[in-house]
Design a protein around this ligand. Structure first.
Ligand code: ZN
Length: 145
């Protein structure tokens, strides 16, 4: 999939399109995967968007040396294996996985599975929300149409 990326001084923007369509953008119904760190220039996290057709698993189990991961299922359903435990996942499932956990994810026998995986160094977030956000007194430019 060829993506157009608009880079400005302070933000980077692209559109993957509808997540349901993301699966179809590959040739036939094959796995679609897009890593966002290099695409968007992320510096504190890696995010991947993955779409599996039915009955598809990541071809290997893996763990990490220092990064925790958050899997966010945004469409379809399937299973994750976390060490020796199997869990069912579906749209809205949020699964945090510690670095050392052996993991894999697969779609169901008859369902697609589209998910985000966000990884960041465990323990690296020093502040967020009120400690980092700086409220600014501004209005949107232009109207909503
Ligand atoms: Zn991983």
């Amino acid at each position: 999939m060829e993506l157009t990326v608009n880079k400005s001084k302070t933000f980077t923007h692209t559109d993957l399109g509808a997540f349901g369509k993301f699966l179809q953008d590959g040739p036939g119904k094959k796995v679609s995967k897009q890593f966002l760190r290099d695409l968007l220039g992320l510096t504190g996290m890696e995010i991947s968007v993955t779409a599996y057709p039915p009955a598809t698993a990541t071809p290997f189990f893996h763990s990490h040396k220092q990064n925790e991961e958050l899997y966010i299922v945004i469409q379809g359903e399937g299973q994750m294996q976390l060490d020796d435990e199997l869990i069912h996942v579906s749209e809205g499932s949020l699964v945090r996985v510690l670095p050392e956990c052996s993991r894999n994810i697969r779609s169901g026998p008859d369902t697609d599975l589209v998910f985000l995986c966000i990884q960041a160094k465990q323990g690296s977030l020093e502040q967020c929300n009120k400690d980092d956000g700086v409220r600014q007194n501004r209005e949107f430019a232009g109207s909503t149409k």
